[in-house]
Ligand binder design. Structure first.
Ligand SMILES: Cc1cc2nc3c(=O)[nH]c(=O)nc-3n(C[C@H](O)[C@H](O)[C@H](O)COP(=O)(O)O)c2cc1C
Length: 179
């Protein structure tokens, strides 16, 4: 069985990311080839990058970095789940990415974004980062339009309209991780 983690990339109180992550996980639960976990950056609670050596060297001095590195290495693929913030991605997610180097290389990674307009600019910005890491970027990167003013009920209805995209993502992970 392969393992893919959904990294929850927003950390503020009242964040929607938990609802979106729960929905993604429920849609992905049908896979017989892959188990999907969630990694909540709020729980991982990394400080602002506090390593002296360049992360690309992999010489980590802090316990939290060693743990973060081991956690990411333990997954065959990743889904970065994040909202659009001011035409970019959330800072805690970038901080978590900056901590490591080779761990992201060749890792199959998909982006699932959400926001009032789905998160196109956030994906464009993150694509540059993932390209720099030489990650294996997947073709399916759903952009989910949910309005910050939507009620929880509205959000559930809207999310269900994207089920097929998440199922498509599941198929792509099964294809990419098959061997
Ligand atoms: C700081 C901040 C900046 C935002 N900037 C954008 C934006 O540029 N485009 C957009 O469509 N939505 C934007 N939004 C709306 C968010 O995408 C929406 O509130 C989303 O639910 C935030 O994710 P979160 O609840 O997990 O933090 C912004 C929200 C916040 C809090």
């Amino acid at each position: 069985m392969k393992k893919v983690a959904i990294i929850i990339g927003s950390t503020r109180p009242s964040r929607r990311s938990l609802t979106v992550a729960k929905w993604i996980k429920s849609v992905l639960s049908s896979s017989k080839e892959i188990t999907f976990d969630t990694i909540d950056l709020k729980k991982i609670n990394l400080p602002f990058l506090d390593e002296s050596a360049l992360p690309a060297l992999g010489k980590y001095s802090q316990e939290h970095t060693k743990k973060w590195s081991a956690l990411i290495k333990s997954y065959d693929g990743l889904i970065l789940l994040f909202p659009q913030y001011n035409s970019g991605y959330p800072a805690p997610l970038k901080n978590a990415l900056d901590y490591l180097g080779k761990e992201w290389s060749n890792k199959p990674i998909s982006m699932v974004t959400y926001g009032a307009h789905g998160g196109l600019q956030a994906q464009i910005a993150m694509k540059l980062v993932l390209t720099g890491f030489h990650a294996k970027q997947l073709a399916v990167n759903p952009q989910i339009s949910i309005n910050p003013m939507d009620s929880d009920e509205d959000v559930t209805t809207k999310l269900n309209a994207y089920n097929f995209e998440i199922e498509l993502l599941e198929r792509e992970f099964e294809h990419v991780l098959a061997n």
